[in-house]
Design a protein around this ligand. Structure first.
Ligand code: HEM
Length: 331
């Protein structure tokens, strides 16, 4: 090999190593096979018990993983409580009085620390709990990619700015997904997570009473659905009253979210926007495919969850394995 082509090869290898380090973490589904072989089973059983006590819990656990990954990557930072060194993401407005399920993660961590001390990260527990939640609610299963390590910092500002807001128009939603390496298909597919769970009246009151400053309801809302929502969320009433994100099957992970969008029955503005941008738009077309083909939705959802789980994962000797998911380890 000439010295010139040798230099080119070095540059190429360096570029590829950097590129793949930055965009695709070195995760795999067998990471704990020898060090903590029962971890997936333990997570599934604990989520199942939590679901039997509270049918909403799978939704809350799925959302925890999403809110973890969009802020500092999937590093368990969302689980950190306030301390002298941590300004907790839990107190940021998109999370405050909204995120749920922390106690379930604590139970998993306690059991896993007892069986395999110092081995399983809190970030991986969140990824496993999200998969268990979706499959226990009736959705797809997938081989969760593992080997993430836990971050030692939280990002309160990132929790305010990186997370999509229900008031965001479609271009902003796309930009927030693109900023973490997720594309438009991931956006329309992962929004299907809203086939389970609840949202507070505060997330929709503008749609009901003052859409875009018009003092009118959002014209994209079906009239009878609007009447139902207005009855549950009266103008000036309690903003913390909850609504089903999927009005038909609120605790079942199915494709009815997309059928609802086609009927102008998406709860959040950010949901209905996916369908209202134009009938030939790729969002509307993809949502239409999912509305008529649940298998297509399930297959895409599993792939997009793996994409989301790759965001900024710490591996190797980066970060740490926290002993308590709420605290960084003592130095
Ligand atoms: C596309 C942008 C998104 C926006 C604007 C958005 C916004 C919201 C809002 C406002 C709520 C209700 C919060 C409350 O009222 O307390 C919510 C709930 C929820 N979100 Fe999203 N979300 C988005 C994407 C996602 C993604 C990607 C996932 C998961 C993959 C997800 C999963 C959930 C779940 C399961 C709930 C219900 C949680 C529960 O009942 O505890 N969301 N979302």
């Amino acid at each position: 090999m000439s010295s010139c082509s040798f230099s080119v090869a070095i540059v190429l290898v360096t570029f590829l190593a950097f590129h793949f380090h930055g965009s695709r973490a070195q995760l795999n589904s067998t990471f704990y096979d020898t060090t903590c072989p029962n971890v997936s089973y333990i997570v599934q059983r604990i989520v199942e018990v939590a679901q039997s006590k509270d049918p909403r819990m799978p939704a809350s656990l799925l959302r925890l993983h999403f809110h973890d990954c969009f802020v500092n990557g999937c590093d368990g930072s969302v689980l950190l409580d306030n301390s002298t060194t941590i300004l907790s993401e839990k107190d940021a407005p998109p999370n405050s009085n909204s995120l749920r399920g922390f106690e379930v993660i604590d139970v998993v961590k306690t059991v896993v620390e007892y069986l395999c001390p110092g081995v399983v990260s809190c970030a991986d527990i969140l990824a496993l709990a999200a998969e268990a939640s979706v499959s226990l609610a009736g959705g797809p299963s997938w081989a969760v990619q593992l080997g993430r390590r836990d971050g030692t910092t939280a990002n309160f500002t990132g929790a305010n700015t990186n997370l999509p807001s229900p008031f965001d128009p479609i271009d902003v939603l796309k930009a927030k997904f693109a900023a973490v390496g997720l594309n438009d298909t991931d956006l329309v597919t992962l929004s299907g997570a809203h086939t389970i769970g609840r949202a507070r009246c505060g997330a929709i009151s503008d749609r009901l009473y003052n859409f875009n400053g018009t003092m009118m309801a959002d014209p994209a809302l079906n009239a009878s659905y609007l009447a139902t929502l207005e009855a549950n969320c009266p103008n000036g009433g309690n903003e913390t009253t909850i609504n089903n994100l999927d009005l038909t099957t609120p605790d079942s992970f199915d494709n009815s979210y997309y059928i609802n969008l086609a009927n102008s029955e998406g709860l959040l503005r950010s949901d209905q926007e996916l369908y209202s941008v134009g009938s030939n738009d790729s969002f509307t077309l993809t949502a239409g495919i999912y509305a008529s083909n649940q298998t297509a939705f399930f297959e895409s959802f599993a792939l997009s969850m793996i994409n989301m789980g790759n965001i900024g994962a710490l591996t190797g000797t980066d970060g740490e394995i926290r002993t308590n998911c709420r605290l960084v380890n003592a130095n």
